[in-house]
Design a protein. Structure first.
Length: 157
């Protein structure tokens, strides 16, 4: 919010930019000091989130069903960033709506579809990262991802 105001001070002190001063001051008076290119603290924080944390945060917000205006705004920002980073494919969007999973689905889509697992076991090696996600549904379901993509799952009795 202060950036545009600071730029205005710099422009008024620089004699070489005298022609730009009226245009810049007019734009500030019409639109205020805060411009679209200055992101809110929430937007800046979301941009710094890792892919996994971004997905976790969206699931966590949905789990608590906070329906305030602030929640709706944050939810929309999180969702927008997930789609911008293409963490969910077009096919996965429909599966998430139906609470289904499929081989090849992203870990983010898994979280959005079934929620955050009860526990996870992580293995790191030359192949990358393998995670066993344990979900407690009617029976335990073990979903396996490799480098953020579902490779297979199994159910226990």
């Amino acid at each position: 919010m202060q950036s545009a105001c600071l730029v205005r001070k710099r422009l008024t002190n620089d004699s070489m930019n005298k022609k730009l001063i009226p245009i810049f001051l007019l734009s500030i008076s019409l639109f205020g000091c805060k411009q679209d290119w200055i992101k809110s603290e929430t937007e800046q924080a979301i941009l710094s989130y890792s892919d996994n944390f971004l997905c976790d945060e969206l699931v966590r917000n949905d789990r608590y069903h906070i329906r305030s205006d602030e929640y709706k705004k944050n939810h929309a920002l999180l969702e927008k960033e997930i789609y911008y980073r293409t963490l969910i494919s077009e096919k996965d969007i429909e599966r998430v709506k139906n609470k289904q999973i499929a081989i090849g689905m992203s870990q983010c889509a898994l979280y959005l579809s079934w929620g955050i697992p009860v526990t996870e076991n992580k293995s790191i090696g030359v192949y990358g990262v393998r995670i066993q996600h344990i979900f407690s549904r009617n029976k335990n379901v073990y979903v396996y991802t490799e480098n953020g993509v579902i490779t297979h799952w199994q159910e226990s009795n």
